[in-house]
Write a protein that binds this ligand. Sequence first.
Ligand code: FAD
Ligand code: SIN
Length: 538
Amino acid sequence: MRFDSDFLLIGSGIGGLTFALQVADHGTVSIITKKSDSESNTNYAQGGIAAVESLDDSFSSHIEDTLISGAGLCKREVVEQVVKDGPACIQQLMRWGVHFSKKDEDADKHLALGREGGHSHDRIVHASDRTGAEVENALLEQIKNHPNIRIFPNHAAVELILTQNPTSSARHCIGAYILDAETREVHVFAAKITLLATGGCGHIYLHTTNPEIATGDGIAMAYRAGAVVANLEFMQFHPTTLYHPEAKSFLISEAVRGFGAILRTCSGAAFMKKYHPLGELAPRDIVARAIDREMKLSGDPYVLLDLTHLDTDKVKSRFPYIFQRCLDYYIDVTKDPIPVVPAAHYMCGGVKTSLDGRSSIPGLYATGEVACTGLHGANRLASNSLLEALVISRRAAKSSVAELGETAAIPDSIAPWEKPGRLDSEEWILISHDRVEIQSLMWDYVGIVRSNHRLARANRRMKLILSEIDDFYRRSTMGEEIVELRNLALVAQLIVKSAIMRKESRGLHYTTDYPERDDVKWKKDTLLRRPRSIRRIA
Ligand code: FAD
Ligand code: SIN
C-alpha cells in the first residue's frame, strides 16, 4: 500500500509531536511510531527543561554553562539561539496544556525552578519528577484533536526513500518504507518533507536508562541513505541509576543531587569534592567517571546516593515518583541511601543538522536526540535536550513550511518494498543472542573509560557481528526485531569508529591512551558519511 502526505514524521516524542503541531495547519501530517504513541524517551524524562526563567538568571549564564559542559565542541551560535528561544518554547508548551510545578501551587504564578549538575543557577522547569510524561500526554492530547494529523502506532520505519532530482545531481528524500508490526507488511509512505525524530540509542549498551525503543534507527537509516552523521563517540552516561536486579536501570534524577543528596562510597565516605570543586553538581561526565573510579578502587558494584539528611516531607513532595519506585524495591529513600551506578543515557552525536533541523539530504530534517545540531558539543548539559528538541522543532517547522511551497510534487512511481528473505522463526534466537553480545561488548569496551586496545577489539568483533547480521537480514522475513538489530549493530560500529578516530580525551570520550584534551588537533567534529556507491535510491 502507499500513503501520501505533505509531512512524514518518524517518532512521537517531544521532537516529532511539537513539529507536528506547528506544521499541521499547512499540510497533511503522518506520524509513524514504533510502539504505542506515548512510548519514547520523552515519556520517562524526570528532571525537566533548562530555561532562563528567573530574574537573577541570564541568557549569558546559561550559554556559558552549556559551553563549559560541551568541552570546546559546542557551536556558539547554536547555543545562543537555543538558550534565547527557551522561554518562548516553555510558554508554548503551557499553551498546549502542560502544567509545570509552581513555587507555590495556590498563590504563586511563578514556575518552580530546580538545579542540576553544571548549571550555575536554578533553571530547570519541571512537572514534579515526571516532566516527560506530563509533556508527552499534553502534546498527544493536542495531536488527537487536529484533523490534519494521523498517527500510526506499531509502525516502524525501515529505510528512507531517496530519489534523483532531475535538475541536479542532488538526491532528495521523498519518504520512507514503513513496516506494519502486526501484518509484517512494508508500505510506502511518501511525503514532500520527512522528519526524523526517532530519539536515542541507549539500547546499544547493556545498562541504560532508555526504554526499548532507543535502538538508533534514525541514525542508521540516515547513514545508509548517505547523510552526514557526527560526534557519535560522545555517549553520555547518567551517573545515578538505581542498582537493583529488578529495576532495569531506573533513573534517579540529577535533580536529587541538585536538592542536596550526597554521593558516598559503600563505607560512607563522600567523594565528589576530590574530583571537582562543584562536588555532586559537577558536569555529568566528571561525576560518572568519579563513580566508575570509586567502584574500581573499592571493588563494590555500586556507590550510594544519600538523601537521609534532607527534610523527609520535602523529599517526598519534590520526588514522589522516585520515592514510590524505590519503595517498590523496599528502599525508603528518606531512611536508606540509594545504591546507584552509571548507565548509558543520551547520545550527543547524531544526524548532522543546521539550526533549522536540515540534514545534508534535501527533504530530510532531524530533531531531538537523533540530531547533532552543535548544541551539546562533547557533553550535554543536564536538561538541555528537551529544550533543544523544542527549539529545533520550532525552527524546522517554520523552515519546512516555507520549503513545502517550493517542493516538487511527490513522484507517482515509487518502487514498492522488495526483500526476498524467506527464513523465519527458528533462527530468532540469533537475534536476542546478537543483541546481548553487542550490548555487552559496547559496555565492556566502549564505555565510560576507553583504550586503544579495547576499541580495536570492539572494532574487530563488531565487523564480524555486523556482517553476520547483514546476511541474516537478507535471508529473513521482515520483523521489527531484525530491523532494530541491524540498526543497533550499525550504530554500535559507527560509535566504535568515531571513538577510534578521536585521539584525545574530551568531554564524554575518555581514553587512557590519550588522557589529555588536544585543542590543536581535535577541536573539531567527528564526521562520518557512507560512500556514495552503496546508498539506496528508490
Ligand atoms: P523520543 O522521545 O525518544 O522519541 C522517539 C520516538 O521515535 C519514539 O516515539 C519511538 O517509538 C520512535 N521511533 C524510534 N525508531 C523508530 C522507527 N524506526 N520507526 C518509527 N518510530 C520510531 N532530557 C532533558 O532535557 N531533561 C530531563 O529531565 C531528561 N530526563 C530523562 C530521563 C530519562 C529516563 C531518559 C531516558 C532521558 C531523559 N532525558 C532528559 C533525555 C530526553 O528525554 C530525550 O533526549 C528526549 O526526550 C528525546 O526526545 P525525542 O523526541 O528526540 O525522542
Ligand atoms: C535527570 O533527571 O537527571 C535527567 C536530566 C537529563 O538527562 O537532562
